[in-house]
Ligand binder design. Structure first.
Ligand code: A2P
Length: 337
């Protein structure tokens, strides 16, 4: 059978990629509804050789939608996801609006796909991009060796902040190279030729919300509240692809050879770990525009008997958002075959 699929936020950086990935993976789309704000309504987008009109979300009737992919920000999700669900759609929501609700599953397709059916509200949450790629790599290690603690520093590209953030990096880069003044709008300080240890809001404990997502979401997805996570999240002047320096401490000792063998046969992962120039993943050389989570620089921690270091890189707009959402849609579609 084919499905009536809606994309909410279809003109955004993630929404556009959702559409491209639906086509790439031959998702059985019967009817396609592309929704955005009234600012973009009436515009046209290509899909599978035809043209589809963008509609205004505010006046759209969701009856008949089977699967709705939301990526238009938390407040849009809070208002409209329950309406789509009430009209019978399964909502796959890329915002953080429902991620921490007990009755909303939070699913990485390679890690906890069995949770997908547990959706009393008809809403499934797509994890944060940084947590997504980290857990694709760490879940197999956790299952076999028991991860007790994770120290992670992220190097997050600007595309995680949407189209306006991509534009700001490009604009500032051009302005600075031509000796012009810049005027930061989308980021708190200059992002071009800089990096910023501040993503999302500061919380009372001194961590940012982006950092705490790594704590909360790791525990929920792995179903283990005992895992300790110590995160630092940093925005870097890269367009596409997040990188992470991750140091884990395991219950049972894991060697580099064992970790590599396990990761090489785990789904969604490509190990790139040669000790030579270019023998490691970077956002530009490996991740950008591709689907895998790349793992390199695998080393045993010099300072801990059961510690392992990894460098994890992936396209945050694809596996970190749009691709995982479409993979969840595929799991939902498979239920009704
Ligand atoms: P629009 O292009 O009409 O503003 P990004 O994350 O790249 O900034 O994209 C955000 C997406 O969410 C865009 O598709 C944007 O549509 C959409 N969006 C933002 N606010 C609303 C809203 N109030 N109603 C519907 N869509 C919205």
């Amino acid at each position: 059978r084919s499905f009536h699929v809606a994309i909410v936020g279809a003109t955004g950086a993630v929404g556009e990629t959702m559409l491209a990935i639906l086509a790439e993976r031959d998702f059985p789309v019967g009817t396609l509804s592309l929704l955005a704000s009234e600012r973009s309504a009436g515009g046209e987008v290509e899909f599978n050789g035809g043209k589809v009109k963008i509609q205004d979300l505010a006046t759209f009737d969701p009856s008949g939608v089977d699967i709705a992919l939301f990526s238009a920000g938390g407040s849009v999700s809070k208002e409209y996801a329950p309406k789509f669900a009430a009209a019978g759609a399964v909502v796959i929501d890329n915002s953080s609006a429902f991620r921490y609700d007990d009755d909303v599953p939070l699913v990485v397709s390679e890690v906890n796909p069995d949770q997908i059916g547990n959706r009393p509200r008809g809403i499934i949450a797509n994890p944060n991009c940084s947590t997504m790629q980290m857990l694709v790599a760490l879940a197999p290690l956790h299952r076999k060796y028991g991860i007790e603690r994770i120290n992670v520093s992220t190097y997050q590209s600007v595309s995680g902040g949407g189209r306006s953030a991509l534009e700001e990096l490009g604009k500032q880069t051009g302005q600075l190279l031509s000796f012009q003044e810049i005027d930061p709008q989308r980021f708190p300080v200059q992002i071009a030729f800089n990096l910023i240890p501040h993503i999302d809001d500061f919380l009372d404990n001194g961590f940012t919300k982006e950092e705490m997502k790594l704590v909360w979401e790791t525990r929920k997805i792995l179903g283990d509240d005992s895992i300790l996570v110590n995160p630092t999240a940093v925005r870097v002047p890269v367009f596409y692809g997040h990188s992470e320096s991750v140091a884990i401490e395991t219950r049972d000792k894991v060697t580099v050879a064992e970790a590599r063998a396990l990761l090489e046969q785990s789904p969604g992962i490509e190990v790139v770990d040669r000790h030579e120039a270019g023998g490691y993943p970077t956002p530009v050389t490996h991740a950008s525009g591709t689907d895998a989570v790349y793992v390199g620089r695998i080393r045993e921690d010099l300072s801990h008997p059961r510690g392992l270091n990894l460098w994890i890189v992936s396209d945050n707009v694809r596996k970190g958002a749009a691709l995982n959402a479409v993979q969840l849609a595929e799991l939902v579609a498979a239920e009704t075959r």
